[in-house]
Design a protein. Sequence first.
Length: 300
Amino acid sequence: QINKMFGTVVVGVGIAGLARIRDLMNPMPSSPSEHLKLFGFVSRRSFGNINEAKQISLEDALSSKEIHAAFISTENRSHEETIRMFLEAGKHVLVEYPMALSAKAAHELWEMAEQKGKVLHVEHIELLTEEYKQLKKEVAGKDLVKGTLHFTGSVLDENKTGFPAFSGIARLTWLIDLFGDLTVTSATREKQKDKNYSRMTVHFQTANKKPLTWIEERGPGMRREKKINFCFTSGCLENFPQAPRSAVGLFMQDQNLFAKKLLGQVSREELAAEKWRILRCLDLAEVIQQHCEQPEKICS
């Protein structure tokens, strides 16, 4: 494995895809990423070359013996189909979250990867930020009484990004990673079509029956921002702890983790815990969507 190189292709060249191309072309010295070699990128638009990377067709990416892994950075709606194609072609896959827009699809894809002996890695850069690492340290060992995580952001095209519980799964991932398994007690969604405004409110309980609320709010001109209010028996946390800027970019950290998996350097325990977390969050996202889409109960 020491000298093993994995040929890679980037599929989709939006913001994430361009970051992937940049990081694959400039791996961190003596990091696992040095085992990844970019062969090209796939896009529906025609670019020719981006920096030194050349555009190749999807068919070539799937059939090439030199390409061992695909980085999927397409819109959320097409993740499932693209993962399936590359797994069927016997390639390892790194995909931006959410890996699929239904829990059933996610479980099927995971099973498929396991049957084929391929790595299926879902990017979760929200767990790699310094801000989050500090928050996790701060929360560790404290007893939660109740908490709220409120996210605001600009409008998304849901036809491409999916239901907010899926497009916003990064927030759910935080809550599960900080407080352990959760159950949904209720979930509602308010939409104002004319104003292009949407607000999803989800109520959870922790394993110890403590309440947690997640609000995902989007509208024109809304600043991208997270607000927290976590109350513990020892007091409340209303601001993020101060955190230094990381020396290593988030996509690069994620790429290193993927390369480590390809090289067999991640323990079974870590892989199992990560699989549980990813699939559990997708299961919950689906439960939330079902709650929100139920017809209003009419009380007579």
